[in-house]
Design a protein around this ligand. Sequence first.
Ligand code: ATP
Length: 579
Amino acid sequence: EKEDVIDALVTFMENLDPKDMQNTTNWGWNRSSDPCTTKWQGVTCDTGNQTVQKIVLEQLNLSGTLDFESVCEETSLLSLSLKYNNLSGSLPPEISNCKRLRHLYLSGNRFSGNLPDSLTDLANLKRIDISNNEFSGKLPDMSRITGLLSFFAQNNHFTGQLPNFNYRQLEDFDVSNNGFSGRIPDDTGGFGAKSFAGNPQLCGKELPNACPKKKKKNLNDFLIFSGYAILGLIVLVLIALLFLKKKERLEDAKIGSSKKGVKNTDDSGHSSESKNGVTRSEFSITSAENGGVSASLVVLSSPLEAVNGLRFEDLLRAPAELIGRGKHGSLYKVIPNGGIALVVKRIKDWEISRDEFKKRMQRIDQVKHPKVLPVVAYYCSKQEKLLVYEFQQNGSLLALLHGSQNGQTFDWGSRLNIACSIAEALAFMHAELQDDQLAHGNLKSSNILLTKDMEACMSEYGLMVVDNGCGSHSQKNNSVFNADVYAFGVILLELLTGKTVQNNGLDLVKWVNSVVKEEWTGEVVDKALVVEGASEERMVGLLQIGLKCINGSPPIGQVATMIVSLKEEEERSMASSGP
Ligand SMILES: Nc1ncnc2c1ncn2[C@@H]1O[C@H](COP(=O)(O)OP(=O)(O)OP(=O)(O)O)[C@@H](O)[C@H]1O
């Protein structure tokens, strides 16, 4: 197999047409030597498993073509740089075989034609530089490469609309001097005119060319508008209610600030200090002139600079986009003061007293776990409960499993990691919040979000608006914690089978149970995992843990330990088997 790779690499080099390189002393590229043990010009290997990781052939006057089919035979390739040569021809779609490629530097050549769509299948790509070539046509949908940090494509002949980019995440971006047309988004993450210059048909806020006003309202505008309208309405209703309340309960109205502990649920203060030293600022919904009002936005201390000064008015003033309407309320995306994106969960019909709600939020805030998405602020009045979280641009586990996967493979290792992270986080939370009887209460794949580093974290811990009384699993296990373990079992089945959950997971559980009874365990798992060659032994191991969670409600701590050891086994076997 190693011979095949060496053969392919030499073919790749021959296609680059290295005229005088063969005469150089360090050339080295030939079929009778090994790129990692003998020195091949421009090649760097992994010292551990002796595979080629980097190929850098810059300014060598190479004048042939780029044969991705051959070079991608070395599947462990991380970086390829062919800057400043004289290479031509188009990029073949086989580029997508270089699955682990992170850096692709091709600037300063004469490459032409379209970029292949399959480029965006490379989920690990971080930096692309194709500037100063003769590329043309439309760019593929670059937002599919979720981790992209640099994109240089200046000085080419690209045309058409710019595709979506995750501008906020990009560190470098330049598409100047091409033939792009259409409008650029209002929010380009700080990239200004310079990055887009020299495209006379581009228009946008950042550019000298302002766009003509849009006439037709599109769906997006409608959503934003309805978001505004609904939030506006909430405010009006709230203010009206607060005035009524103020009249009735004048004795409650106090202005000023007070020091208080966590247990103290007097909520008229403007700033307070909790027992554990966490500073909180509270802002009345109306200003102090209106007298003390008891409903207020509590901003929990947050590592996010932008959130610390957040005021309720900022939330109200910011454009709100309705992004979901779940069983328990609606979810809006807001970007207060044009800063960091937040989501506001508005919970409807929650029979919980204000004191109870505050106590619960403060208690949950004290118990921090890196894999539990913290509430950055909450708002609570009798009628209205709002929770504010940081927006997670990489979406949820549900979307990753069942939505458009953007062509990325969701491999076994990542699935096992997610299972492990969530189990550990849940075990930690259950242990800390045992006495308070605070469980997650609504654990499901749409409440497992992916952070910008694609780490899983649990959202909406402790909402527990759910019906604890009915539903078949809670008859058997009446504790709130057991319900979480059951729900976690369903998530494990989802991870393994790739199937959607319906009917609170009952359908999936029934199906898996019936297949397992017939001992066709292998049939249960997601085809993608089988194709990938994931270890059957460990997949069956995880399946058994999932079924245990569903049928036996073991303590989550035990479940976490089992998954951790499964993951360690996986890591050991990866380390010993090599590539
Ligand atoms: N902080 C967040 N950042 C990004 N997306 C989020 C965030 N929180 C939730 N979402 C996503 O928004 C969508 C709507 O969420 P929402 O919580 O309203 O619905 P749900 O989870 O389906 O139902 P439920 O009301 O039972 O929680 C879901 O797909 C969810 O994954």
